[in-house]
Design a protein around this ligand. Structure first.
Ligand SMILES: O=C(O)C[C@H]1C=CC(=O)O1
Length: 96
């Protein structure tokens, strides 16, 4: 199942820089591993903001919840999710 996931990062201003850097490094490793597994299909920065638009390809809602709640930045993000389905005009056979 495909989901559009929008994440906006709100790191508290009083978080020490080294603590924030550590969480961001963990987040990067976590995100890159999910991309290698094919579960995090697209990861785009929203220009001009500390936010991203992502496409996840997971088995079901429960797996999406598990992966998203495991994000090291999860406590510091506003997240919105939308389920996707194939567009009838899409020419891409791998769209599901
Ligand atoms: O930077 C972000 O958009 C937040 C998060 C998503 C992937 C990652 O490495 O960090």
């Amino acid at each position: 199942m495909l989901f559009k996931v929008e994440m906006k990062v709100n790191i508290p201003h009083d978080m020490p820089v080294d603590v924030a850097a550590g969480i961001k490094a963990l987040e990067k490793a976590y995100a890159q591993e999910l991309q290698r597994q094919g579960k995090w299909r697209h990861l785009w920065r929203v220009a001009g903001s500390y936010a991203n638009v992502s496409i996840f390809d997971v088995a079901d809602n429960a797996e999406l919840q598990e992966l998203i709640s495991g994000l090291p930045l999860f406590p510091y993000m506003d997240i919105s999710v939308a389920p996707l389905c194939r567009h009838p005009s899409s020419i891409h056979a791998d769209d599901r």
